[in-house]
Design a protein around this ligand. Structure first.
Ligand SMILES: Nc1ncnc2c1ncn2[C@@H]1O[C@H](COP(=O)(O)OP(=O)(O)O)[C@@H](O)[C@H]1O
Ligand SMILES: [Mg+2]
Length: 229
């Protein structure tokens, strides 16, 4: 579902990713770990075509993102759910409206918007908060709104870049367990994080980046800071 072939990315001649090859299968759940500056966000941005590789190929569901025309990018983004560290909610819109935003932009009729938003809010356990505003919610609840927004269109792939970066440990674990439940429904989930306890609690695939290179990729793995590098 996600494939990188010999991908390198330089910023102004400085390498951020070097010769990355990687495959993440349909329905798989994987962590992308590494210290700050390792290249996690760069890799994520390549997957949603916010950036283009300097060399190599990136595929989502068999589509080579290098070959996408600008006007096809919205189509790609519709097939990706993206979750951000800072939630990126619209502050003056209700929870419901935040989650409904994309569907309304796509011209989905209000009856279906209603159904799909309520269903997404149920998945994240916020079906009673639709009329609330983001600043009335805790950080964990705001991130659950971010996740509802990401899944409302039923994307096959969910990307989360440091989704627990602003949350306390207990809330972080809840968020990651929620993402695990979403992957169990058939969604491919990739989470970038440097949160060691969370990764170690989950025993999932762990892809380790260091200085823009993959230094380890193990199933049911742990994140050992300071190991091999
Ligand atoms: N837009 C950019 N312009 C220039 N350098 C960048 C840019 N984004 C990231 N970098 C550099 O690329 C490297 C990897 O950064 P990043 O992908 O943000 O790592 P991480 O998300 O793991 O912290 C770092 O050295 C960073 O300074
Ligand atoms: Mg980052």
């Amino acid at each position: 579902m996600i494939r990188l072939q010999n991908v390198s990315k330089n910023y102004g001649g400085r390498p951020a990713l070097t010769n990355i090859s990687l495959h993440i299968a349909l329905g798989e759940f994987a962590f992308l770990v590494g210290p700050s500056g390792a290249g996690k966000s760069t890799l994520m941005r390549l997957l949603y075509r916010e950036e283009m590789p300097t060399s190599g190929n990136v595929f989502i569901g068999g589509v080579n993102l290098n070959r996408l025309h600008k006007k096809q990018i919205p189509l790609l983004r519709r097939r990706l759910g993206i979750v951000f560290q800072d939630y990126k909610l619209l502050p003056r819109q209700t929870v419901f409206a935040n989650v409904a935003y994309v569907l309304r932009a796509l011209g989905v009729n209000e009856k279906d918007v209603d159904k799909r938003v309520n269903s997404a809010l149920c998945v994240v356990n916020l079906d009673d908060k639709g009329e609330a505003y983001p600043d009335e919610l805790s950080g964990g609840e705001q991130q659950r709104v971010g996740i509802a927004r990401a899944i409302v269109n039923g994307p096959p792939v969910l990307l989360a870049d440091e989704p627990t970066g602003n949350l306390d440990p207990a809330t972080s674990l809840e968020i990651v367990q929620l993402l695990e439940r979403i992957s169990e429904r058939g969604t491919t989930v990739l989470i970038s994080t440097h949160d060691q306890p969370i990764v170690n609690a989950m025993r999932k695939r762990v892809i380790s980046l260091r200085n823009g290179e993959i230094i380890a990729d193990v199933d049911s793995g742990v994140y050992e800071v300071g190991s091999t590098g």
